[in-house]
Design a protein around this ligand. Structure first.
Ligand SMILES: [Fe+2]
Length: 145
C-alpha cells in the first residue's frame, strides 16, 4: 500500500518542497520493499537517507523560522533535535546487530509517527505561517520569502 502525499502539503518554496517529495518517495520505497520481503535492505537505505534529510531539510526550515520570526521556532526545533537523537539511536542499533523484521517494523512505525505528528501538525503549522507571509508580505524585512 503506497503512502499518498498531496499537493496541499507543498508550500511553494522549492528547497522545502523537494525535501518533502523525496521524503514521501523514500517512505513509499520502504513500504513496497517490505511487502516484497526486501525491507532489511531498504531500511538501511532509509536510515542513510533520513540522516541526510535531517541535516539538510531541518536546517532549511530552521533558517526560514529564524528569518521570518516564526513564533513556535523553539518547540519546532526541539522536535527536530528529538528526531536526530532517535535516528542516532536507531543507527546505533542497526550497526550493533542484525536487521530483524522487528527492527524494520520499528523504523517504519517511527517514521509513520513522525509523518503524523511532525509533518502533519508541526510542519503544517509552519508552512501555513509561511504561506500566509508570502500572501500578505508582513514578514520581518530579512525574511527571504
Ligand atoms: Fe520540521
Amino acid at each position: 500500500m503506497a503512502m499518498q502525499w498531496t499537493e496541499h502539503v507543498l508550500i511553494g518554496i522549492d528547497e522545502i518542497d523537494i525535501g518533502i517529495k523525496e521524503f514521501f518517495r523514500r517512505m513509499n520505497n520502504l513500504l513496497v520493499a517490505m511487502s516484497r520481503g526486501r525491507g532489511r535492505w531498504e531500511t538501511r537505505e532509509m536510515i542513510g537517507f533520513l540522516e541526510d534529510f535531517a541535516s539538510a531539510h531541518f536546517s532549511i526550515e530552521e533558517r526560514y523560522m529564524a528569518e521570518c520570526g516564526y513564533p513556535d521556532c523553539e518547540s519546532h526545533r526541539e522536535e527536530h533535535e528529538g528526531f536526530i537523537k532517535d535516528l542516532a539511536y536507531l543507527r546505533g542499533e542497526y550497526e550493533a546487530g542484525e536487521v530483524t523484521t522487528f527492527f524494520v517494523l520499528k523504523v517504519e512505525r517511527w517514521v509513520y509517527d513522525w509523518i503524523i505528528h511532525h509533518v502533519g501538525k508541526t510542519d503544517k503549522a509552519l508552512y501555513d505561517f509561511l504561506r500566509g507571509g508570502m500572501r500578505n508580505r508582513e514578514m520581518r524585512p530579512d525574511c527571504t520569502l
